[in-house]
Design a protein around this ligand. Structure first.
Ligand code: PAF
Length: 275
């Protein structure tokens, strides 16, 4: 695996690369969900590149930028073993040169749900992803469905800016008990981790109920109740949305998704389920 570090010229390396290229952008602290992205990337293209960059633009002032898990040596080993060909570890100065003043903002779809709870988050994501896609110029880029709204925002941005890349969403990888893998699960105490299983269970039950013809509002209220019973201290949203526009739904449609963000102890978890 070729490694390009901060200050080195990714464009020259990219130009020298032959064959189709798939990109897996990450913030490191890799888990099996990321490795599934690499695996899928290998099916999609002849070469696979990954990036690791903990993007300060997508963290709010009170969020966890400073303590976001950083495990570079382990990440490098995992990517190498997974068969990644190229890894770019840009520094902040490579992506945001002095005086950086440009932001990519995707209106509408960015404004609800995570956008409401985390103002500025999706502009930070869209800006860095646009820069990574332009610098690496892959044929395909892969993102996990775990961050379902992020995937929708990136698809919109790529269409709107006519970026010549195909965006592929990859299903969420879950622990045996159903909790979606996330680098932020590392923040959970053993007790919080045990209680967190209520999140996928509440989603699965609500999905099942809606599929079985239960009124949407009732199924959602029951799901919220289950989370509070399990010890979640707050629920930012537990909603049924249109899978493409992410507009809230009160009645069933063809393509729907259940989405949730809830807080357990000091940690905010998100998840989603198809219906
Ligand atoms: O999903 C992530 O890890 C990040 O939001 C991404 C897409 C790498 C942008 O920083």
């Amino acid at each position: 695996m070729q490694i390009i570090r901060a200050g080195e010229d990714v464009t020259a390396v990219r130009r020298a690369l032959r064959g189709t290229l798939a990109l897996v952008p990450t913030m490191g602290a890799l888990h099996a969900g990321h490795l599934r992205l690499v695996q899928e990337a290998k099916r999609q293209a002849e070469r696979v590149a990954a990036t690791i960059f903990v993007n300060p633009l997508q963290f709010g002032p009170d969020e966890d930028l400073g303590r976001y898990p950083r495990q570079e040596a382990r990440d490098l080993r995992l990517l190498e073993e997974a068969g990644c060909d190229l890894l770019w570890l840009p520094g902040a100065g490579d992506l945001y040169p002095d005086g950086f003043a440009t932001s990519v903002s995707v209106t509408g779809i960015s404004e609800r749900w995570e956008g409401e709870a985390r103002p500025g988050h999706f502009a930070g994501v869209a800006t860095v992803v646009a820069k990574l896609l332009i610098a690496v110029a892959p044929d395909v880029a892969l993102f996990g469905e775990k961050d379902f709204q992020q995937l929708a925002v990136i698809r919109r941005m790529v269409r709107d800016l006519s970026l010549p890349v195909e965006i592929v969403g990859v299903p969420t990888v879950r622990d045996e008990d159903g909790l979606a893998l996330s680098s932020r699960n590392a923040y959970l105490s053993d007790e919080e981790r045990a209680r967190s299983v209520a999140l996928p269970r509440a989603l699965a039950e609500a999905a099942e109920a809606i599929r079985g013809g239960r009124a949407v509002e009732g199924a959602l209220a029951e799901g919220r109740g289950r989370l509070l019973e399990a010890g979640f201290s707050g629920i930012d949203y537990f909603a049924l949305v249109d899978a493409a526009s992410l507009e809230p739904l009160t009645e069933v449609r063809a393509e729907m998704r259940l989405i949730v963000a809830a807080v357990i102890g000091p940690t905010r978890l998100i998840d989603n389920f198809p219906v």
